[in-house]
Design a protein around this ligand. Sequence first.
Ligand SMILES: CC(C)(COP(=O)(O)OP(=O)(O)OC[C@H]1O[C@@H](n2cnc3c(N)ncnc32)[C@H](O)[C@@H]1OP(=O)(O)O)[C@@H](O)C(=O)NCCC(=O)NCCS
Length: 184
Amino acid sequence: MLEGKRINLRLAEKEDVPLLVQWLNDVEFAGDYQHFPDQLSKAELEKRILEHKLYQIEWVDFIIEKKDGNKIGWACHYISAPNFGWTEIGYAIIKSERNKGYGTEAVQMLVDYLFLTREIIRVQAVINTQDAASRRVLEKSRFKKEGKLRKALWASKGKWTDAHIYSILRKEWKEPNMLTKQKD
Ligand SMILES: CC(C)(COP(=O)(O)OP(=O)(O)OC[C@H]1O[C@@H](n2cnc3c(N)ncnc32)[C@H](O)[C@@H]1OP(=O)(O)O)[C@@H](O)C(=O)NCCC(=O)NCCS
């Protein structure tokens, strides 16, 4: 588990599958802007969580918990190929807990964790161009906007929309400031 200041990121387990299936298929949880491509079946999600793999991509899901154990969101990272491809993150917070800083803390914890444990030089995120909250989270986490991806996301409103790609480079990442402790 990754321990932060106000939240923990706990690796998703088999017991979390029903909640994650509900969240990740829920338009309100995903928001109006997130890429919302295929509906996820329980079996597909369980496979991804247990094997840390989706197709040929390493994919790791976390449950975001407050210190009292309340589950308030989900975060993930996916890595296409070590030392070759890209490392990307995704995240969402339940509606009632948004705008309290948890999304930013989760992103910064993921960045700390990835730079501390992987031989990578960049972490990226792809967001809907209209997603102001996500843009703010990335800016607060020192990501830089690189450019526009045209019609790259299929958002929950059923339309292909443009996306912005953001990244933070290892040389721009100063030092871990969110992780307080890592343990199994
Ligand atoms: C994006 C998301 C994770 C942010 O989580 P969060 O816990 O609310 O994030 P934070 O509280 O750390 O920061 C949100 C920031 O966005 C700002 N914000 C929120 N809605 C906004 C809007 N409509 N316009 C402009 N800024 C907005 C907040 O004011 C805050 O900035 P501030 O600290 O400068 O005041 C959350 O909105 C969410 O789950 N959205 C749906 C899923 C999604 O879009 N995920 C991202 C794609 S991978």
